[in-house]
Design a protein around this ligand. Structure first.
Ligand code: AP5
Length: 302
């Protein structure tokens, strides 16, 4: 039996041979049947069946190589960014969001801490800046985050990007890759509260759980005894981190102002989460309505 994917490829001219061809897809398309009417039909068919045609993974000889089932296409998944001053509760809220919405949590700070702990060359360089409360160089951070975002689990389950972008250049790097969030959450916390949160924060190295000596104390003595403190969690260092935050935050907000929701982060964590939850539900509702109106359009024209 002739494979539709192969037929389409056989009929196709390489994209480079057809410079006038355009693609509305934000995904990179390498070669492939952009000029073939058969391929256009194939794209339409795959799209209406909820499939994604992966020309960047060119089919070798069979339909199944070229098509991959799109996991819950954009309807039940979300692409979210969360930003705030240091120690304002991003990690705490991300855990709650992840538990409810199943998003892949990608924290720039955690990726960097992992490099530091592994003693890699990137980690050594990163630590120099982290100790000074400065932003780690884009050449380290941008690729690290980009590679994580493009992994399959993030594409399929949606993502929650924590602590990135922190500068205009980082935001622009994502925009240039066609990576756009659906909501930008800004946690707003008073500075005196931030300092209290930072100095009281502790981490359980066994479970990865974040504690606070006053607000979320460890449940039992055994956990209390093994808690660790981050090297940049001192009052002196948080002031430097805050300074860096203030220097960059406005530029980042400028990129996402149409999709920003500002949340009062001074409240207890459950209340903060309730506000975030409402905002996320609204995004899902909106997507669901948009999808049903486009389905109505599709069935009325076909
Ligand atoms: P990163 O690790 O991201 O640090 P941060 O932004 O300073 O944020 P934190 O992780 O300190 O805090 P959080 O907001 O997650 O708060 P948490 O939930 O833990 O970055 C570290 C460094 O890496 C940077 O300084 C920079 O050098 C580098 N870096 C990172 N990203 C980069 C990038 N994109 N580009 C370049 N460099 C980058 O909460 C804090 C404490 O408060 C906890 O103890 C918690 O239990 C408690 N708490 C939380 N919420 C509440 C609440 N509502 N009520 C009471 N207590 C609460």
């Amino acid at each position: 039996m002739t494979c539709l994917g192969c037929l389409s490829f056989a009929a196709a001219k390489p994209a480079a041979a057809n410079p006038s061809s355009t693609s509305s897809s934000s995904k990179p398309v390498v070669g492939g049947p952009r000029s073939s009417s058969l391929s256009v039909a194939l794209f339409s068919l795959s799209s209406s069946l909820g499939l994604t045609l992966r020309l960047d993974r060119a089919p070798k000889c069979c339909f199944s190589f070229g098509f991959r089932r799109r996991a819950s296409p954009n309807l039940e998944t979300l692409k979210i960014m969360i930003s705030s001053a240091p120690a304002s509760g991003k990690g705490t809220q991300c855990k709650l969001i992840k538990d409810k919405y199943g998003l892949v949590h990608i924290a720039a700070g955690d990726l960097l801490q992992a490099e530091v702990a592994a003693g890699t060359e990137n980690g050594k360089q990163a630590k120099y800046y982290m100790e000074k409360g400065m932003l780690v160089l884009d050449e380290i951070v941008v690729n690290m985050v980009k590679e994580r975002l493009l992994q399959l689990d993030a594409e399929e389950n949606g993502w929650l990007l924590d602590g990135y972008p922190r500068s205009l250049s980082q935001a622009v790097a994502l925009e240039n890759l066609g990576i756009h969030p659906e909501l930008f959450i800004l946690l707003d916390v008073d500075e005196d509260i931030l300092v209290e949160r930072v100095v009281g924060r502790r981490l359980d190295p066994v479970t990865g759980k974040i504690y606070h000596l006053k607000y979320s104390p460890p449940e039992i003595e055994e956990i209390a005894a093994r808690l660790t403190q981050r090297f940049d969690d001192t009052e002196e260092k948080v002031k430097l981190r805050l300074q860096t935050h203030h220097q960059n935050v406005e530029a980042v907000l400028g990129v996402y102002e149409n999709i920003t929701v500002k949340i009062n982060g001074n409240a207890p964590k459950g209340e903060v989460f309730s506000e975030i939850d409402v905002a996320l539900s609204e995004v899902l509702d909106k997507k669901s309505k948009e999808s049903s109106s486009s389905m109505t359009f599709f069935s009325s024209v076909s």
